[in-house]
Design a protein around this ligand. Structure first.
Ligand code: AMP
Length: 284
């Protein structure tokens, strides 16, 4: 496994792979890898003849009062996990390598509409930062297939929209969310939770599961359901950010014709913001 931190070396390798006819599978991450990330890598191994994983904590997608500085950086441990899975390249660029002209004047990619709602409303500029870094990484790695977790459902749909809008020549694969035994979605941010908060955390998924069940059983009074489940989340000890029921592809409010929905939730436990979602398939 090669650790590469500059773009020129990555491009050189990519050129050689091109000549060999390799299929490049790519998994972008911010590191501090857990089983959720490693599962994306396993899927990438199944589809690609070469697997590239990037580890880059992207300052452009963090808001001013967010956890950029505190975000866990565990490269040594991450490398061991990736090596064991047979990853070919770990790409770990510096901020200066990624943003040579600084953040202020950086050209950006913005996917309008879908980027402004739900998490985007709570975190202005977040999806612009995500789309920009993912576009840059795609230009560097030039993958044939890239893997993203359904855990960050809105992110996945923003990336899909970007790829479509900008006619990017690659396949995007969404991988189901990996969970702890108590169903808490695995996340690097779970490490911020106190013992007590960690014990409360699975109630977010339980809340969304319950809500999804009600929809599957025929409830269509979505605004009533959302208000009820927001209250239940608060009663469980969270500070709710949002609960939403949306059409899965567009993330718009669903109409009668929409059969593929997604229930999404975000809530704070102390200072830690947790997100989760469940897809709902109607009439099946
Ligand atoms: P991050 O390092 O948080 O930016 O995540 C990198 C990739 O891993 C993203 O595509 C995430 O959606 C994905 N991911 C994070 N947590 C999970 C999880 N529990 N299950 C599946 N994918 C995940």
């Amino acid at each position: 496994m090669q650790l590469i931190s500059n773009i020129a070396s990555l491009r050189e390798l990519r050129r050689a792979w091109q000549i060999e006819g390799q299929v490049i599978a790519f998994v972008p991450t911010m590191g501090n890898l857990h089983e959720g990330h490693l599962n994306l890598v396993r899927e990438a191994k199944k589809r690609g003849t070469k697997v590239v994983v990037s580890i880059f904590v992207n300052p452009l997608q963090f808001g001013e009062n967010e956890d950029l500085d505190a975000y866990p950086r565990t490269l040594e441990q991450d490398s061991k996990h990736l090596e064991a899975l047979g990853v070919d390249v770990v790409f770990t660029p510096t901020v200066a390598e990624m943003y040579p002209r600084g953040l202020e004047q950086q050209t950006f990619v913005e996917v309008p509409g879908i980027s402004y709602m739900i998490c985007g409303a709570s975190r202005p500029g977040h999806f612009r930062g995500v789309a920009t870094i993912v576009c840059k990484l795609f230009n560097m790695v030039q993958p044939n297939i890239a893997f993203f977790g359904q855990k960050d459902f809105q992110q996945l749909q923003v990336i899909r929209a970007m790829v479509k809008d900008l006619s990017m020549n690659l396949e995007i694969v969404g991988v189901p969310t990996m969970r702890a035994e108590d169903q808490l979605a695995l996340s690097s941010r779970n490490g911020y939770l106190t013992q007590e908060e960690r014990a409360t955390a699975p109630a977010l998924f339980a809340n969304l599961r319950d809500l999804a069940d009600k929809i599957e059983l025929g409830r269509r009074d979505f605004s009533v359901l959302i208000a009820e489940h927001r209250q239940l989340l608060a009663d469980a000890g969270f500070k709710p950010d949002y609960i939403e029921i949306r059409a899965a592809e567009t993330l718009l409010h669903p109409g009668h014709e929409d059969q593929h929905l997604v229930v999404l939730g975000a809530a704070y436990l102390g200072k830690t913001r947790l997100i989760d979602n469940i897809q709902v398939f109607l009439n099946k």
